[in-house]
Design a protein around this ligand. Structure first.
Ligand code: ADP
Length: 265
């Protein structure tokens, strides 16, 4: 099957939509490829596939090869700069019109997720990041089952759970962590996104919402806290103007231990 050439699979999960799951997936993919790894991103967020927009490849067309879909190339590996290849596959590429909603019943969604897991022709990949739909819905359960059944022992490295600092978001994310526990998926850690706002003039970071919810939750569940990422208004501007978004100045994603760090904090 198409996952046979993939070394590590990492799921990116969140308890609810809009907390920055796709943004974290994008930054992690870009950082891993900058570090020289070959990376694939599989967008199975059927509720709102935003990966094509995040990688500025919204108009790309997916080609059908013999035996499956060929993922869209964001960039090839470049041995002279040490950058690894980056490929993406998303349901968004298959929708007839940009922004079309996917209004499917559970079984059709489940079948699509299965097809996505088995029919994308990835080359050799160091990492496959899977951007999942928010919540603990049919798609999640089907995805978890497919992965647990089809992945080689040790191939599914685990899940990164994304949250915002507010209590409501973290309550949903607690459900997500319980879901991982039940399905036996190892949690690699928690990222707290939109954690404070960095003033573009003085660079001071202000906690608009409550802060620290992600870290408390990580401690409660005895999993690693991977770090905080502040809100950056520029981030949205870059996406809206068709450029690849970059996290706030000073935010570093460490590809060795997958941690996120903002230098102001
Ligand atoms: P999800 O995948 O959880 O639904 P997205 O990654 O699509 O969330 O993010 C939701 C919106 O918030 C997007 O418009 C994205 O550009 C914006 N966003 C996410 N993280 C940040 C951030 N740190 N700073 C500014 N905007 C952000």
């Amino acid at each position: 099957m198409s996952l046979s050439q993939v070394k590590h699979i990492i799921l990116v999960l969140s308890g609810k939509g809009g907390v920055g799951k796709s943004s974290v997936t994008t930054q992690l993919a870009l950082s891993l490829s900058q570090a020289g790894y070959s990376v694939g991103v599989l967008d199975v967020d059927l509720t709102g596939p935003s990966i094509p927009r995040m990688f500025a490849v919204e108009d790309a067309k997916v080609k059908q090869g013999s035996g499956g879909w060929l993922p869209v190339v964001v960039h090839e590996a470049n041995p002279s700069t040490g950058i690894g290849s980056l490929r993406v596959m998303s349901l968004g590429f298959l929708l007839p019109r940009r922004g079309d909603a996917v209004i499917w019943r559970g079984p059709k969604k489940t079948a699509m997720v299965r097809q996505f897991m088995s029919d994308v022709l990835w080359d050799e990949l160091d990492f496959l990041l899977v951007d999942t739909p928010p919540g603990t819905s049919d798609e999640h359960i089907s995805l978890a089952e497919t992965l647990l059944q089809e992945a080689r022992p040790g191939q599914l490295s685990g899940a990164i759970v994304v949250t915002t600092p507010q209590a409501v978001a973290t309550a949903d994310v607690r459900k997500e962590l319980n879901f991982c526990k039940k399905t036996g998926i190892r949690v690699l850690g928690v990222v707290e996104n939109m954690s404070g706002f960095v003033c573009p003039n003085c660079s001071e970071c202000t906690n608009i919402f409550s802060s620290g919810g992600g870290e408390i939750m990580a401690n409660d569940f005895n999993v690693r806290f991977l770090g905080r990422v502040p809100i950056d208004p520029q981030f949205l501007v870059l996406i809206e103007t068709g450029k690849r978004p970059r996290y706030p100045e000073g935010t570093k994603v460490n590809s060795q231990d997958l941690s996120f760090q903002h230098l102001e904090q």
